[in-house]
Design a binder for this molecule. Sequence first.
Ligand code: GAR
Length: 211
Amino acid sequence: MNHMKRLVVLISGNGSNLQAILDACASGEIPASVAAVISNKPDVYGLVRARQAGVLAVAFSKSDGEPRAAYDARLADYVATFQPDYIVLAGWMRLLTSNFLSRFPGRVINLHPALPGTFPGTHAIERAYASFQRGEIDHTGIMVHLVPDEGVDDGPVLATQVVPFQPSEALAQFEARVHAAEHRLLVETMRALVVGRVSNFQSPNSRSPHA
Ligand code: GAR
């Protein structure tokens, strides 16, 4: 029998992408439920968003001196208790080692505000904007991808969308456009995964940088 798919969302901050997922699950656009929202940092706004949506919100911090591998194994044990179909990294700003990833093969999904192979790591939007200011690029983008291993913001791509720069646009405005695009692309991709329509998934609004 088909069960309602379960998501666990990992966050580290504001949680605007988490909010998009919560809203899409509530409306049925993503036919799944969010079983838990876990943050590696306490007191982040994303945990408030989860509680407001009636979803279990948990701060799960690394203890002082705890080795990364031990934290990841402990996190994996905890996440596994929710029996998630997918684990969504929505602004999760910690590298996950194989101690975590090997427990959930093909089930960990990351969102990153850049195109494949560009601007991995933190502050991708700011770095792309600075590169545009220097006249090096005329667009950046966003992607959703599987996380098979410890590569940073790297892995089999599920969806991409180009975000062109606009002349004289301030960083704040540009950032808002990137986030709005992320909210749509993440929801569309999670919907496609949950309903089992994944192969070569591309948003109707997105185009591949290679197309
Ligand atoms: C998003 O832009 C997401 O793509 C990025 O963090 C932001 C979280 O925003 N993730 C990464 O940079 C991963 N390397 P949010 O907390 O408002 O969803």
